[in-house]
Design a protein around this ligand. Structure first.
Ligand code: AMP
Ligand code: MG
Length: 289
């Protein structure tokens, strides 16, 4: 478990070019896995999902029982277009209880959002104690698309790394574990997925002609990602780069990372604030037990 997160953790020396988007770091090297890694990973995801759901319930229960409870988790998903953010939400978050999740997607800022600092809408979308929050895109867009497409001058986006670090430190200090994941796909895989969208009427809604324009900026985006990871991959809120050309590996890996973060919270079901034995006796006297 710890091994997967260690293998995928990326810091100041990250070199995205040397990380194979079709790779499968941490996958066990057994006969069964070699024979059919996809089936193995899908079965394993179901098992990880059971463990995630159990810890999620503990987290939820702790906050329900104790108003002073501050613990919560934020999973940040970033990727190029077609990188698999939506699929990851469906497959990984889909293993847990919707009531304990807080999922927010971020598109281009609205006029109202633009009146405020870039972190304003982010602060409003944070998970409450007891919840697992998932950001489908995030404040990192403000040092990615904003930089690559010249939405703000360099001075402005450059100053944002420090603001992000301070913000995330504040989050962690307030009891929120932060897991940041870049789903790393290849240029060719993006092309395949865009074509799939164009060939399936049920996927037209996901297609945006601008995604093709953005392909011309692929290298600039990769540089922007590498810089964001290098500048903001702090010890407390590490960045993970998950090879994402293979969807079954991606989901398996992200489930591991989330489980790892939940394990670090050392969760347990809250103790009763009543005496169960006494309550059972009362029920027995009630005659219906
Ligand atoms: P999608 O994830 O396909 O729904 O697309 C969302 C779009 O919103 C992407 O093109 C993002 O680049 C864009 N977006 C998200 N956050 C920002 C931001 N802070 N500034 C500009 N564009 C953004
Ligand atoms: Mg899109």
């Amino acid at each position: 478990m710890a091994q997967v997160s260690e293998l995928l953790r990326a810091g100041s020396g990250v070199d995205l070019g040397s990380i194979d988007p079709a790779g499968t770091p941490g996958l066990p090297d057994t006969k069964q896995v070699r024979r059919d890694p996809k089936s193995w990973a899908r079965a394993e995801l179901a098992d990880l999902g059971t463990q995630l759901a159990r810890r999620q319930e503990m987290l939820y229960a702790c906050a329900k029982k104790d108003r002073a409870e501050r613990r919560r988790v934020l999973l940040v998903l970033q990727a190029m277009d077609c990188g698999g953010k939506d699929g990851t939400v469906r497959r990984v978050a889909g293993t847990m209880n919707p009531q304990g999740l807080h999922i927010v997607g971020f598109g281009p800022p609205t006029p109202k959002e633009l009146e405020h600092d870039f972190l304003w809408r982010i602060r409003h979308a944070l998970p409450e104690p007891g919840l697992i929050g998932i950001f489908n895109r995030s404040h990192y867009e403000d040092v990615l698309v904003a930089r690559v497409r010249d939405l703000v001058p360099p001075k402005v986006w450059q100053a944002r790394y420090a603001k992000i670090n301070a913000f995330e430190q504040e989050l962690i200090d307030s009891g929120c574990a932060v897991v940041k994941v870049m789903l790393h796909i290849s240029y060719d895989e993006q092309r395949r997925r865009l074509l799939q969208r164009l060939r399936d009427p049920a996927k037209y809604w996901k297609y945006n002609p601008e995604d093709v324009d953005n392909r011309a900026y692929w290298d600039a985006y990769q540089r922007a990602y590498a810089d964001a990871i290098a500048e903001c991959g702090t010890g407390h809120a590490p960045w993970y780069v998950v090879p994402a050309d293979r969807k079954w590996y991606r989901d398996w890996a992200v489930a591991h990372l989330l489980l790892d973060a939940l394990d670090h919270l050392d969760l347990a079901y809250p103790p009763p604030d009543f005496d169960p034995e006494t309550e059972i006796k009362r029920m027995e006297r009630d005659g219906t037990g």
